[in-house]
Design a binder for this molecule. Structure first.
Ligand code: ADP
Ligand code: MG
Length: 696
């Protein structure tokens, strides 16, 4: 039997463990640091470090590492052992407060977007006491923020922590205005639903594209895809089920609240959802979850693909980012409660999110922009690149009433009558679902659906936190001055809705009509990363991030640069991989196959000169024509890649990679896929789509 409560958090220096290992006074001081951000005295840090080390050693650790999230998007770690030499030639195990608080990794090999000149390559990692330390592979991992020698953020965690401070400050002002005197802290909360693919490791290893790029660059469509909708929520196959069981148990040991698992829409696609937490913890846990997914998959002879679009023609993977704001007294500020029309405080928070999304469509799009996610957004499987919000019937009716001044008509919770006597009746969830909306209200939270499966959710969340805090600040400025708060808030909500109602769209976001309609409404449609990124450094965004101390202008510019460069680098790697596969594997394979056909044709004629080998000749002709075309496309892609070297500027370069290189890759692929469809499976050098998608 699996004892879940016993294993839960066994690898984490969590509250329970702290209580056990720390003197009472130290525990209290550390708690104050965690909860109120009080600076930690070095003496206290020394005691904490010692206790952590004792606990870690008891649990098999020999090393420690500052665990951080550089701009690469994955987590980084550098391991130091606890050993310290003694006079007698032996060692003792040591870990000081200084080592806990600060690390000095060489920053020169991490992307900085021009912030860091090589002569000041040193970077610092600083302990984030709000996220528990944990043991992974024999190392005590200390969650840290990463910055340059001159203090600029070089990671994803720093702006997230800063944004959490600003949403706390501004949201507190609002709840105070509405008479809440007991709340002392407000956090943004997040529950990210993680989608992923599982493929057989042996098949994976035969595909350079999967190994180098995480996605297939070639592959003819299999006879069956996802058209029967028979995979979504389908029963889970034994091998996958064994993987999921192991995964859950691993995650629980790390204190990660893994809750839901199921099959997704595409064959070989699955999802895992945790119970929500503060944005900071949720981000750390999601990073860890992705890492553990890959590791556990290996143990099962599988490979976990987190790329947003591993396969053309079937759905890609995303990460629904469920977001809300909650008080430390347990109040969810986006809970509409029984009568939302009368819940002015709720309406103020709702209006703030509506205005924030409308004013910052560009940032939301930027927050999920990546080479991988560009394949997904707007491909009728994920929300379009146009940002809009879905509120559902109930809230739409509330807002109609606010705008018109007319009475709010609610049918309340409807009882759903199941028609069979034996089944219980239950109340209907009033927030009806609209799966096509990028930013949907789902009962007591918003679900931002555009995030890519491999992306670090810190980015989306620091932007959402900051843009909402910015509006809340303006609202608080107005409401704190008001004599009649309720009346002022009503007027504020009404005005906000009038100004920003264009962002609300309850219809089908996948339809062509919406693209037209959105254009009429003046909404942005930023189709790709190179289209979106230049807006990152607009005056509006510089003002927003500097005003709230989330990013300095220098940090903002560097981030933009890093994202653009990464995009170009990824497409460059993809193009080189495609060329390698085309020249070294596909071209020879097709040539050989044509040779086989020719030999067979001759053989046929030699047996019986009267016999016409029409089948072989016809196929030979077809494949030879395709191969001639293929060679031209190889040439074109080669030239496109070379041409990139002449482009100056990160934005220009990214645009070039999209318009010239990516386009040339797609043309090359089309010919290859056509050849694959016309060849024997044995002669094709790679496992087919059918093989990859249906073999587990
Ligand atoms: P579904 O959207 O599939 O119906 P749920 O509504 O139960 O499922 O939740 C999906 C995700 O949203 C889960 O990860 C859950 O923890 C998270 N979630 C629920 N409430 C909140 C909240 N107040 N803040 C942030 N995330 C939340
Ligand atoms: Mg959901």
């Amino acid at each position: 039997m699996v004892n879940v409560p016993a294993m839960f958090g066994e690898r984490v220096f969590n509250d329970e463990t702290m209580k056990k290992y720390l003197p009472k006074g130290t525990y209290k001081e550390l708690k104050q640091t965690i909860e109120d951000g009080k600076p930690l005295d070095i003496n206290i840090a020394n005691i904490v470090a010692h206790a952590m080390k004792e606990w870690a050693i008891e649990n098999g650790a020999t090393h420690y590492t500052h665990w951080f999230q550089p701009m690469t998007g994955i987590t980084a770690e550098k391991h130091d052992s606890f050993i310290s030499p003694t006079a007698g030639g032996g060692v003792i195990m040591e870990f000081s407060g200084k080592e806990l608080i600060k690390g000095e990794p060489d920053a020169s090999s991490f992307p900085s977007g021009g912030i860091r000149a090589t002569f000041e390559a040193r970077g610092y990692t600083a302990w984030d006491p709000t996220s528990y330390a944990f043991i992974k592979d024999g190392s005590l991992c200390i969650p840290t923020a990463f910055c340059s020698y001159t203090g600029e953020a070089l990671d994803k965690k720093t702006p997230l922590l800063r944004s959490m401070e600003c949403i706390n400050t501004q949201a507190l002002r609002i709840v105070r205005v509405f008479g809440d005197k007991t709340t002392t802290h407000i956090s943004a909360t997040v529950g990210p639903e993680q989608e992923y693919f599982l493929v057989d490791k042996k098949a994976y290893e035969k595909r350079k594209d999967l190994i180098y790029c995480g996605r297939t660059l070639f592959g003819a469509r299999p006879p069956k895809g996802q058209e029967l909708d028979d995979h979504y929520f389908g029963s889970i196959k034994p091998r996958v089920s064994a993987f999921m069981k192991d995964l859950d148990e691993e995650l629980w040991k790390y204190g990660i609240l893994a809750k839901t698992k199921h099959n997704e829409v595409a064959p070989a696609q699955h999802e895992l959802a945790p119970i929500f937490d503060t944005t900071n913890i949720a981000t750390d846990h999601n990073q860890l979850t992705m890492e553990i997914m890959k590791k556990v998959a290996e143990n099962h002879g599988l490979v976990c693909l987190l790329h947003e679009k591993p396969f053309a023609g079937v759905n890609g993977s995303g990460k629904h980012n469920n977001w809300s704001i909650a008080t430390n007294t347990g109040r969810n500020l986006l809970n509409p409660t029984k009568n939302p029309r009368e819940n002015t405080e709720f309406l103020v928070f709702l209006a703030a999110v509506i205005r924030a999304v409308d004013e910052n469509q560009d940032l939301l799009r930027i927050s999920v922009a990546s080479a991988g996610n560009d394949h997904r957004l707007g491909a009728n499987e994920a929300p379009p690149a146009i940002m809009s919000m879905y509120l559902g019937d109930d809230l739409t009716e509330v807002l109609r009433s606010v705008l018109s001044g007319q009475e709010y008509k609610t049918e309340g919770k409807q009882v759903m009558r199941t028609t069979a006597e034996v089944l219980p009746n239950f109340t209907k969830d009033t927030s009806d679902r609209n799966r096509t909306s990028p930013f949907a209200f789902t009962g007591n939270k918003f679900e931002f659906r555009s995030v890519g499966s491999s992306e670090n959710i810190a980015c989306a969340n620091f932007m959402i936190n900051t843009m909402v805090a910015d509006v809340l600040e303006d609202f608080a400025d107005q409401l704190e001055k008001a004599d009649d708060v309720k009346a002022a808030a009503e007027a504020l909500v009404k005005k906000t809705l009038e100004d920003h109602k264009r962002i609300i769209f309850n219809g089908n976001n996948y339809s062509d009509e919406w693209v037209e309609e959105a254009k009429k409404r003046g909404l942005l449609n930023l189709r790709s990363l190179p289209d979106a990124l230049p807006l990152y450094t607009s005056e509006k965004n510089i003002r927003l991030f500097t005003k709230h101390n989330v990013l300095t202008e220098k940090e903002l510019r560097s981030r933009c640069e890093v994202l653009l460069e990464k995009y170009s680098k990824i497409i460059n790697i993809e193009a080189l991989t495609a060329l390698d596969m085309a020249k070294k594997d596909i071209l020879p394979a097709v040539t050989n196959y044509i040779k086989d056909l020719a030999e067979t044709a001759n053989l046929v004629k030699s047996v019986d000169p009267e016999l016409v080998p029409a089948a072989q000749t016809e196929l030979m002709r077809k494949l030879t024509n395709l191969l001639n075309c293929f060679v031209k496309k190889i040439d074109a892609l080669d030239q496109a890649v070379v041409g990139a070297k002449a482009i100056v500027g990160a934005a220009e370069s990214a645009m070039y990679f999209k318009e010239s290189v990516l386009a040339a890759m797609q043309e090359l692929r089309a010919v290859a896929d056509e050849m694959e469809s016309n060849m024997s499976a044995k002669a094709w050098p790679y496992p087919s789509y059918g093989n990859l998608l249906f073999s587990v």
